[in-house]
Structure formats: structure tokens, C-alpha cells
Design a protein around this ligand. Structure first.
Ligand SMILES: [Zn+2]
Ligand SMILES: [Zn+2]
Length: 306
């Protein structure tokens, strides 16, 4: 990958040459080139914007700090040809064409806020993955998962074992599901030795869980001393500690952030890797500020993978 760094006044950008972007999009494989040529004029015009240097629609990735994902997690770039030839990627079929959303625990301070929030997710996903059906599985309380949980030493907040939730989602996966995406507002941990994880997936099983706990502005300052003292005295299988536990306030910002995360995570289930090409929803992010800078939509190189 040829990558040229330009430094405007304060920020750096990752700008690829026209040739690099064109090859990433169309490839040099004659079969894929002829497939590209068969797109209708409107689709092709949009796709060509990927490599037009004066494009108003798509631009280079802007770096905001050295802790940004692209500088701290060097990854092999996935172009269209590589995606197309990946034997393990999952594609919806007429038999498996539904995305299921499973809510675990409360998403809002009241049942009606939770319901409204999930309906927005459903509508957003249906528009984003146009042509697929999006269905809601009956929401379940945390206790239904029978997963282990703990108190995080750093934040003093409750956390649930993410890998065990994946097993739960696999059991719940309907026959005709393309994937099941679990949503939770309790913080997650992948194993005892790790501090936390924002999400976890089993791509072979087509299941993914992610948590919006850390999207709440008060996550790091919340105190649950009484509840947590109660937990220490009780068994870690007593799920009553989750009753009326912290949920981030549902705001338009939280909704925007969570819709982006939801569509990015489902993109990973399709086999899309993080995007190093252009400003794109599929850019990796190390922190919330970086995630907020990502656009809502896919660049043409990622879009053509769907
Ligand atoms: Zn990711
Ligand atoms: Zn992209």
C-alpha cells in the first residue's frame, strides 16, 4: 500500500494515490474488472468517487492523535479483491437473510425508552442493510443469560463475561438468521485477566455482542457502593444486583454513536475488515472521540463488498 502523509496546519491525513484507490476498488483481476464495468451508470458514478482526487463525497482519513487506531494498530489492508476471494466470509442467502437484534437487560431508564430505542435501531439497520430483514428477539433480563459477572477493579462497575454471552446468543440464534447481534448497557470483559472489552464476536457462529456502557457520559463517575457491597456478600450468581442498575441516558448523541457501532459490527460479520482507504464507517477506533469522527456511511471500496 502506498501511503502519503500530508500535514495541514494541525492535523494529518492518510491520503492514497488515485491509482492505489482505483486498484483497491476495482482490482487488476479481469473477472472483477468486468464485473465492475457491468454496474449501471449511476452506481458506477458513485463508486468512481472513491478515486476522484476532487471528490466532494469521499475524502482521506484524518488523524487526530497518535493514539488513533490506524497508527496504533497496523493491519494488512483489505481491498475488494481480497474480500471477494476470502473463503470464510459470510453472505446472506435466501434461507439466511435476517439480522436479529437481542437486547439484554435495560437499554433505557424505563421500559418504554428501551422499546423506542430498539425500534430506532431496527429502522436504522433496515435502511442501512437494505434488502435484509431486521427482527427483534424478545428482550431478556441479564439473569436469563446465566453468565458470570464481576466488579471491575478500576471502575468499580459491574461487568459481564462477554464470551459466555456469545454462547447464549448462539443458542438463541434462529434457523434462518444471518446473524444475531446482542446489545447490552452493562460493561463487558473477555476473560479474567483483561480489564474490559467493548464488544466480542464469534464470526463462525454469526453472533456478536457489544456494550454501550462506556458511551454514557457518567460511566466513569458513577458510584454503586451500596449495590456492590451487597454483591460482595452474595453469590456472583445473584442477578438481583442488576435490578435498576446504571444505564446510560438515551440521548441523540448516544443514538448516533450506537447506530454507527451497530452497523460497523454487522459489517464485520459480512467479512469487512477495518478500512484504511478513505474516511469511512469501517475505520477502527481506539476511543469514543475517534469513533465520533467517523462518518455514518461506507466508502465505495467497503460499499462494493456488501
Ligand atoms: Zn472493528
Ligand atoms: Zn471503507
Amino acid at each position: 500500500m502506498r501511503c502519503e502523509w500530508k500535514k495541514p496546519v494541525t492535523m494529518q491525513t492518510v491520503r492514497h494515490s488515485e491509482h492505489t484507490l482505483k486498484t483497491a476498488l476495482i482490482s487488476k483481476n479481469p473477472a472483477l474488472v468486468s464485473q465492475y464495468e457491468k454496474l449501471d451508470a449511476g452506481e458506477k458514478r458513485l463508486m468512481d468517487e472513491a478515486f476522484r482526487p476532487d471528490s466532494n463525497l469521499f475524502g482521506p482519513i484524518t488523524l487526530h492523535s497518535q493514539s488513533d487506531w490506524i497508527t496504533s494498530h497496523p493491519e494488512a489492508p483489505q481491498d475488494f479483491a481480497e474480500f471477494f476471494n476470502d473463503p470464510y466470509r459470510k453472505t446472506p442467502s435466501p434461507q439466511k437473510h435476517s439480522i436479529y437484534i437481542q437486547c439484554i437487560g435495560s437499554l433505557g431508564n424505563t421500559g418504554s425508552i428501551s422499546e423506542e430505542y430498539v425500534k430506532w435501531f431496527k429502522g436504522y439497520c433496515e435502511a442501512f442493510f437494505y434488502g435484509l430483514t431486521v427482527k427483534l428477539l424478545e428482550p431478556v433480563p441479564v439473569s436469563a443469560t446465566r453468565c458470570s459477572f464481576r466488579i471491575n477493579d478500576n471502575t468499580q462497575n459491574l461487568q459481564i463475561h462477554a464470551r459466555q454471552i456469545l454462547k447464549f446468543l448462539k443458542k438463541k440464534k434462529p434457523e434462518h438468521a444471518f446473524c444475531v447481534v446482542g446489545i447490552i448497557t452493562i460493561d463487558l470483559y473477555p476473560r479474567d485477566s483483561r480489564n474490559f472489552v467493548s464488544g466480542q464476536a464469534s464470526l463462525t457462529d454469526g453472533v456478536r455482542i457489544f456494550s454501550f456502557a462506556r458511551y454514557g457520559s457518567d460511566f466513569y463517575i458513577s458510584h454503586y457502593e451500596d449495590k456492590l457491597k451487597k454483591l460482595q456478600k452474595k453469590s456472583s450468581r445473584d442477578y438481583s444486583v442488576f435490578d435498576n442498575y446504571y444505564v446510560p441516558e438515551v440521548t441523540s448523541v448516544l443514538l448516533l454513536q450506537s447506530c454507527k457501532t451497530l452497523t460497523l459490527e454487522i459489517g464485520h460479520i459480512f467479512g469487512l475488515q477495518h478500512c484504511p482507504w478513505l474516511a469511512c464507517l469501517m475505520q477502527g477506533s481506539n476511543h469514543l472521540e475517534e469513533a465520533d469522527q467517523r462518518p455514518l456511511d461506507l466508502c465505495p471500496i467497503c460499499l462494493c463488498k456488501l
